[in-house]
Design a binder for this molecule. Structure first.
Ligand code: GDP
Ligand code: MN
Length: 424
């Protein structure tokens, strides 16, 4: 009797031991990729939700909060667990770059602190053939696949309706403005507005999301989750890090052209801009009455977005309209205001994502995350950040626009921007 009890307690010990071992194996294998239902819900990262504090408390080390000091609606985002074993999204990096920018390109590739873990492919585009050296060095800089595409004249030349003499005169007049006299800069902006997303190689790759990169930028932070997957799982369509004010002298008639397009679509009853104003980010770019563009835009030199945003019928028609009006050449319309204005008027405000955790530098301006949990992963000084301090930064306006819900509830964007007195 005694021996039976002893033997059975021994069995119990063995069973408990095995359960422990299995538990440990489970933890090691699955735990880092496990997304619990409440984490999913919180990843939406919206402003002004009373539940935010409660959910954020679950994992403080993986959440961030930011917002202008005066705004009680701070933005809190819960990041997904650190893991590179999540499924890959059909996505990659896209870069327009010149052969002469090879060194600056290599410095800008986010390999060490991000892509070594995720292996997203790179697509390099150029209106001149890439040199063998450029291809070799960029390919050596990554473990992922590299692709090299040529931008031909169909995407990098004057359309037939442009008067090139007038364009040259206009460039001279704009000499005092940033890139005012540059011809190639205008082709570049037009390409980034209307063509990269339908370049034959880009279409062949069939990416659902893309991440735009430029030479001579810098990525400061260790990124331990997949931002493409974050965007996809949270139904985000446009992601940015820096928002800034444009030099208005380069786009004097852009806003009017946008309004003419909106008005035309309104008149023909196409409802292309049917969202209620309060559901969009229109306050990021314009005043209460939609009368003037305030020059705020997202910096497109960093852009993580859904490809089909630009492939949408509405954007394609808008680009065609803007292109026909000649402003890419007679003025110096940038792809940043064009992308930003469209996204702010067309998308729901929940479809934007501010990548506060991605420290980033372009030219002399930078965004460096301020909270301790993020700063510890970044090689930059938060004192240098533009965010809410620099008068050129539009982040305060973005946050306020996100929280704004007091505007007339029934007005659609199309109705707001329709030009008075314009008939069919
Ligand atoms: P900024 O950011 O507005 O100052 O303009 P950049 O000079 O950085 O140009 C924006 C992007 O377009 C960068 O990726 C450049 O490498 C690229 N780019 C600009 N001009 C040309 C050009 O003439 N040819 C090519 N292939 N790329 C260009
Ligand atoms: Mn640049």
């Amino acid at each position: 009797m005694l021996s039976i009890t002893r033997r059975s307690s021994c069995y119990w010990l063995q069973i408990v031991f095995i359960i422990h071992i299995l538990g440990a194996i489970w933890y090691v294998v699955y735990r880092p990729t496990l997304v619990l239902p409440w984490q999913h819900r919180h990843q939406r990262g919206h402003i002004g939700d009373d539940g935010d504090g409660l959910f954020a408390a679950l994992d403080d080390s993986r959440s961030w909060t930011t917002g202008p000091p005066h705004n009680p609606n701070q933005l809190t985002v819960q990041l997904p667990p650190a893991s590179n074993r999540t499924p890959r999204v059909n996505a990659g990096f896209v870069v327009l770059v010149r052969n002469t920018e090879l060194g600056e390109m290599l410095e800008s590739m986010y390999e060490e602190r991000f892509n070594r873990k995720f292996d997203y492919p790179w697509l390099f585009l150029n209106e001149e053939p890439f040199t063998e050296e450029f291809k070799r060095r960029t390919t050596a800089a990554t473990n992922a696949k590299t692709h090299f595409g040529f931008v031909d004249e169909s995407m990098w030349s004057y359309p037939t309706w442009i008067n090139q003499t007038l364009a040259a005169e206009q460039r001279e007049k704009m000499r005092g403005l940033p890139y005012g006299a540059s011809e190639s800069y205008r082709h570049m902006c037009r390409f980034q507005s209307g063509f990269f997303w339908r370049h034959p190689l880009f279409l062949e790759l069939g990416w659902e999301y893309y991440w735009r990169v430029e030479p001579h930028v810098r990525y400061y932070c260790e990124l331990d989750y997949d931002p493409f997957l974050y965007m996809k799982q949270n139904n985000k369509k446009y992601g940015f890090t820096i928002s800034f004010v444009e030099n208005g002298g380069t786009i004097p008639t852009l806003w009017e052209a946008i309004r003419r397009f909106v008005t035309a679509t309104e008149i023909y009853g196409q409802n292309q801009f049917a969202l209620k104003t309060k559901d969009t980010l229109y306050r990021f770019i314009t005043d209460e009455n939609g009368e003037q563009y305030n020059q705020c835009h997202f910096w497109t030199n960093f852009e993580i977005a859904r490809t089909d945003l630009w492939q949408s019928d509405t954007y394609q028609k808008l680009f065609e309209f803007l292109d026909r009006s000649g402003g890419f050449f007679y003025e110096r319309w940038g792809d940043a205001p064009v992308h930003s204005i469209f996204a702010a008027l067309f998308l729901h405000k929940d479809e934007f994502h501010y990548f506060h955790d991605i420290g980033y530098k372009h030219s002399v301006y930078e965004h460096c995350p301020e909270s301790d949990t993020l700063a510890d992963k970044c090689f930059c000084n938060p004192a240098n950040t533009l965010d809410y301090k620099d008068p050129m930064s539009c982040l305060t306006r973005y946050m306020d626009a996100l929280a704004e819900n007091s505007v007339d509830k029934d007005t659609t964007v199309g109705q707001l921007l329709r030009l008075p007195g314009v008939a069919a």
